[in-house]
Write a protein that binds this ligand. Structure first.
Ligand SMILES: Cc1ncc(COP(=O)(O)O)c(C=O)c1O
Length: 398
């Protein structure tokens, strides 16, 4: 069968692939510790579940407006006021089927063939493919662990060309957990402000999962001129443990929101009505569950950093948010393991899976082959067992 060439240019999501591999081994009865998960290990809070049931009983089971229900848009505007200190109206909001869908619609609405998107690397796996699907060009800028995996102003300046259209920011970051402080952003803003043609995508999907009392901040919040050029992508997936419900949103310039809505109108139409009503409860209801989850993740972050600190040769900046660590294992490259030489993140991830029954995501999927991504959306028992296994597998390398 002849398939469209477009398919040759995009890759299946590496994180989904590793999860499928882990699940297949699990089905065969192997006890896998799956550090590959990209979602909180908690159930959707009960009050959100109840809101979905009520919506069904109330007959909220039909098409809604393509861009989402007013009640949820109002919830997003309220959240923008409360958590961001920014004032938006319904016309600035598009509700989509997850944060990924919001990004897809945005790139389709903004990018022409050959337009460049600057992407600090390591990056979330899907950005380059989403840019590619919009016929844009990703300009990845390596941000090594020495600079805390963060983009520096001179790197940004050097990456800008006449074709630059977008800068994609993700803080707290997947895969590194790095968080840009106000002063980090202010330094980058000095570079961005004169380049009025460059728009900013702020993927804030982990914004509630912040540690050490760090305040929430993004580009739109630090300078009025950047606020007009920033598109906020967020959603309920991570902060409200609703990954399966598929609700995300895009906030920004009304004209662009209209364009993105047009794309959504000819693909999915509205996101699921019931999930939208559940998301109203997620945004407007009790937020203590979010704070509680963040405290749990922070304790796990501390434990994971202790364990990584005990492994010789491994380097890892301390994450300040999300639920991932991205340690550098390159000190082990060139060593023999079970009769083969390990030379890449893919080979090391495979070795961990086969020898230790531990699933991790190879760093190459995020643009950094020296590292592996570990999610700590796992119980303390699993974390302990998993790091014991990793330490043993590394000890066996010669
Ligand atoms: C950085 C980042 N952005 C967006 C998403 C997509 O979120 P959603 O599940 O709402 O599509 C993810 C999910 O893993 C993510 O890590």
């Amino acid at each position: 069968m002849k398939l469209a060439k477009r398919l040759d240019r995009i890759k299946p999501s590496a994180t989904l692939t590793i999860n499928a591999k882990a699940k297949a081994l699990k089905r065969q009865g192997t006890h896998i510790i799956n550090f590959g998960v990209g979602e909180p290990d908690f159930d959707t809070p009960i009050h959100i579940q109840e809101a979905a049931i009520k919506a069904m009983r109330d007959g909220q089971t039909r098409y809604t407006a393509v861009s989402g229900i007013d009640e949820l848009k109002d919830g997003v505007c309220e959240l923008m006021r409360k958590d961001y200190g920014l004032s938006f109206s319904r016309e600035n909001v598009l509700i989509s089927c997850g944060g990924k869908h919001a990004l897809y619609n945005l790139f389709q609405a903004l990018l022409d063939p050959g337009d460049e998107a600057i992407l600090p690397s390591p990056y979330w796996v899907s950005y380059p493919d989403l840019v590619e699907l919009a016929e844009g060009v990703t300009v990845a800028v390596p941000c090594p662990e020495e600079s805390g995996f963060k983009l520096l102003p001179e790197q940004l300046e050097n990456a800008i060309t006449p074709r630059t259209r977008l800068l994609i920011m993700n803080s707290p970051s997947n895969p590194t957990g790095a968080v840009y402080s106000r002063s980090d952003l202010e330094a980058l803003a000095e570079v961005l402000i004169p380049h009025e043609e460059i728009l900013i995508v702020s993927d804030d999907i982990y914004y509630r999962i912040l540690f050490d009392g760090a305040p929430w901040v993004n580009f739109a919040m630090i300078d009025r001129r950047l606020r007009e050029r920033t598109f906020i992508v967020n959603g309920v997936s991570k902060s409200s443990c609703m990954t399966g419900w598929r609700i995300g949103y895009l906030v920004g310039n009304e004209e662009v929101i209209k364009g993105a809505t047009k794309i959504q109108g000819q693909s999915t139409s509205n996101p699921t009505s019931i999930a939208q009503w559940a998301s109203v409860a997620a945004l407007k209801g009790d937020q203590e569950c979010v704070a509680q989850m963040t405290r749990v993740f922070e304790r796990r972050r501390d434990y994971v950093m202790d364990r990584l600190g005990g492994i010789p040769g491994v380097k890892c900046p301390r994450p300040s948010g999300a639920f991932y660590v991205f340690p550098n294992f390159s000190a082990y490259y060139g060593k023999a393991a079970d009769g083969r030489i390990i030379n890449s993140s893919l080979e090391l991830a495979d070795y961990f899976m086969e020898r230790a029954h531990v699933a991790v995501v190879p760093g190459i999927a995020f643009g950094e082959d020296r590292c592996l991504r570990f999610s700590y959306a796992l119980s303390m028992e699993e974390l302990k067992d998993g790091f014991d296994r990793v330490a043993d597998a590394l000890k066996a390398m010669k």
